[in-house]
Design a protein. Structure first.
Length: 280
């Protein structure tokens, strides 16, 4: 106790804030785990109805070396849920809800074009996994079926069961964007065309993009896309604009990447504007 008293007396106000913050975070995690165990305590295994997009079901079936259909789906939900939580750490709840909603719109548009309905099936899984999915959906303020489809989409992208040269729903975020739309998008974002071209040509290091700007970029495209779709796009190999892609103000190269900050400065943004974007 004497040692603790000495530490508390010597601690600065910043140290105290960090300690209390860590304690609060630890307690929140313990509370969350108690909630999960409480929800799961009723049964160990159960049958639950879920609905996937047919494109997701097909991708899971095509996974090389995968087990039975039920096992593939449960694995995708578990790993996808972990990816959702990882993604949520760098985004606000509102941005996450927008990402899920945008994902749902793209999936729905795809089903409408193909004349397909949702693939509804009964899946046998442990109650704890189902409880974690329920709790995550509640925390984000989205419907459980929507979260399940979003989680499966993240799982598929992580294992490259989709074309890495396209976005999460099979659509390039910049596909069909002509010169006029490209310039209008850059103006809405308040950035030079060369910086936007860096995103188009995958020449920006993904982990250096401020989360708030990433969410704004995805919302301001002529056809909004989920944040996960833009992340998948930037994760693919850099490219050089082809005949279908008009040139930006500068001359993009197909090799190497820049940090977001470097790309903004190289595009000619004033220093104060660069700092503003980095602080979003």
């Amino acid at each position: 106790m004497a040692r603790l008293a000495t530490l508390l007396e010597a601690a600065s106000s910043g140290d105290m804030r960090r300690w209390w913050g860590n304690l609060a975070q630890d307690e929140a995690e313990r509370s969350r785990e108690r909630h999960v165990r409480s929800l799961a305590a009723r049964e160990r295994m159960g049958e639950y109805s879920i609905s996937l997009d047919p494109s997701q079901s097909a991708a899971l079936r095509a996974a090389a070396g995968a087990g039975a259909a039920n096992a593939r789906i449960v694995e995708a939900l578990r790993e996808g849920l972990a990816a959702v939580r990882e993604e949520a750490r760098g985004m606000t709840e509102a941005a996450m809800r927008d990402a899920v909603a945008a994902s749902e719109r793209l999936l729905r548009d795809g089903r409408r074009l193909r004349g397909e309905d949702l693939d509804v099936r009964t899946v046998r899984m442990d109650a704890e996994t189902h409880a974690r999915l329920q709790l995550q959906a509640h925390e984000l303020g989205v419907k459980l079926p929507e979260l399940c489809r979003y989680a499966v989409g993240l799982h598929l992208r992580r294992h490259a069961h989709v074309d890495p040269d396209r976005d999460a729903m099979g659509i390039d975020p910049f596909a069909g964007m002509d010169r006029q739309a490209f310039g209008a998008t850059a103006r809405r974002l308040g950035i030079p065309r060369d910086l936007l071209a860096g995103f188009r040509d995958r020449q920006i290091e993904l982990d250096t993009v401020p989360p708030a700007f990433m969410a704004r970029l995805c919302d301001d495209l002529p056809r909004p896309v989920p944040v996960a779709a833009m992340r998948a796009h930037l994760s693919a190999e850099p490219r050089l604009s082809g005949a279908m892609m008009f040139r930006a103000d500068g001359k993009p190269a197909a090799s190497g990447r820049k940090t977001f900050e470097e790309a903004a400065r190289d595009a000619g943004m004033p220093e104060e504007e660069v700092r503003r974007l980095l602080s979003e």
